[in-house]
Design a protein around this ligand. Sequence first.
Ligand code: PEP
Ligand code: MG
Length: 840
Amino acid sequence: MQQDDPHITLITPTAPVAAKTHGGRAKCLQRLVRLDLPVPRTVALSFDAVHQIAAGQMPDMGDLLAPFGNAALLCVRPSSEDPDWGGPGAVLNIGMNDAVHADLADRLGKEAAATLYLRFVQSYAIHVARLDPDTFESITHTGPAGLAAALDAYEDEAEEEFPQEPAVQLAAVLRSMARAWEGTTARLLRQAKGAPVDAGLGLVVQEMVFGVGQGESGSGVIQLVSSETGLPQITGRYLSQSQGRDALRGEASLYLERDPRGPSLEELAPQAFADLIEYTKLMRVKLRAEMQAEFTIENGKVWLLDGVRVPRSTRAAVRIAVQLATDGIIPPQEALMRVDPRMLSELLHRQVDPNAPRDRLARGIAASPGAATGRIVFSASEAQASASRDEPCILVRRETSPEDIRGMHAAVAVLTERGGMTSHAAVIGRGLGLPCVVGATELRFHLRKKTLTAPDGRVLRAGDVITVDGTSGEILAGAAPLLESAQDDTFQTLMGWADAERDIAVRANADTPADALTARNFNAEGIGLCRTEHMFFEADRLIVMREMIFANTAQDRRAALERLLPMQRADFTELFRIMQGQPVCIRLLDPPLHEFLPHDRAGHRELADALDLPLSDVTRRVEALGEYNPMLGMRGVRLGITVPEIYDMQARAIFEATIEASRDGAPVVPEIMIPLVSAKREVELVKTHIDAVAAAVRNETGQKFDYRIGVMVETPRAALRAGDIAPHCAFLSFGTNDLTQMTYGLSRDDAGRFMSTYVQQGVFPEDPFHTLDQEGVGELLRLAAERGRAAHPDLVLSICGEHGGSPESIDFCRAAGFDYVSCSPFRVPVARLAAAQIAV
Ligand code: PEP
Ligand code: MG
């Protein structure tokens, strides 16, 4: 071997081997060699060398074999840059031929030697010579009889004798592994795991140690922590008289530690067991990661063949990272980088046990994570009835509307036929931490018959038990086994470290006291969006709201609003108290008024009764309030300007609550946000009203208080004219749900119907309601931030659309100079960690 050839390198402590050129396994083996651990002699072939082999250019086999001496058997293992990208299976016992077989028969016994040879012939025939696998897999005898059958079969199928020259065997193995990597299936598989198109494969050629023969011999894997919990626990598998990954396949493997249920490695070979633990501990400290070691024991002596990071659940990932930092092996900043923020939501919700079987009925859009099991109900009122009987239920609707809120509160999960990531069900589901699957068009919804039909023909009725998995988007038949959420000490420690690093604030979108409590528990730094419309759907308020809508005169309207005032005041006082002086940003009423009205005849009749009006009057008024395009209609600030009494009442409630909550708690500075603005004049008009209400409340009470007025940027025009608007407000908060809808001209409630086709065909790289469109919507954000800040340097900037919790948008907002992001309470930890990772 040419020692100066950088592509074929004997692994020594100083050889030039890197993961980027020779792959992760080669690099790891070098690290083990540096630690003076017992690693069989190994030669690493670089990505370039393997690429040339695939193209037919073989290295000099004599050079390659030289470091291994004469009699040794070899194995070849894949070494891709990232072990997750896979690679062709290892080929063991290369060099085995009639002569070596005879020699080994003397040393290891006839049976063992013949079985080793047999294994090699089988794997060579199938994976290297590409002969018919059935012929070779059907040889069930081991030992000499099996070997004779395999050699005969080889001669028949290949029409030549089994090759005896080690150099010929090795060259053929290298060629077949190199080519397998370049095949289409292998390429697609690894690209699906995130590998780049030109990902390289390295190979390691290693001297075999036998896991078969005299004394205690065998092979296995070991790790010192549980992959599920990350807690200390010696786990792994070991099989006497085995090679390669045999121990992982069969059920017959032994326990590692002494175990009452059966024989263990610890009893069979205590020294080898102790050595293995010592080696794995050393790997943890020196490689700065919790490692799983692949090992072979030959006549009582341990050899290490590979080390990979312990496979882990998210909960284990958190514990492992925190423990490594607590033990001083890595700095806390590095521990933060080792946990994927997106995975954290697994810890905050119940999950379907990943190891349990799943009886899948259908799949929809995974709109709000977590899993829950319950009986199917088809209406909000049935959900409430079910909850009052303490029976968990799943609310099934074509889509949800504000009227379903109480039903959603009562349900353990929600399933809808329509909708996308920012549909009503999705937004509310995430806010409540309620598992939710939307856009489940694979199921046929017969709402009148109250049935759901799965693609395989199974019919589900009201009362049937299903499991909704909002993490994967699956709907499962029956009660799937669930794992509880896991916010333990290590989780809190990691979050504390994240807060010390990050430099952008994280608030929560919270509408109710329950949301606000969740937000506080997750250490949100205030409420970034309180959507007040949900406060009006309680039964006692809805009727007053309807009276207000039906009022004929301003005076009647004011009378109804006066009855709503104390309710709103109580809502805000409670929120302020829960948030203990942290900022609370309250959005004035946003939806079109007709959303508060009943939609069917029975509802109209009920309302006519309650208001003592003729049915025809009610029907006519409801129809008159209807709009062709309600999302672009009389909503948000347009309502505030047309019916100013509503915002006046809300402003008064906010100020009175401010005084009330500040009296016995931390001082409150409320933030009042105006929705759906598109022109400066709208802001001026509403601000004049709010300032007048503040002055009146100050006068009446003799109390002082501060407040801030801000604008929600949800229309492209508001973004473009941010320079005009900014001097009239203290903050701009980007409502990227509506802003995305309006920038694309894409209905957030209907886009689910074609979004998957659009994404599959690459029209959009991703669902823009899910992942912030940095090019288009993002340009508006950047532009508005610049224009707003130029006109008003102290302007506070934030995002409060559903994108606020995603790591990419946090990165974007931080770069654009935003002060905070606001997201659903359950995404606050994700945002805190993501923000820390960006800052580290
Ligand atoms: C938005 O439009 O981004 C927003 C936060 O408001 P809503 O989702 O209530 O329309
Ligand atoms: Mg909006």
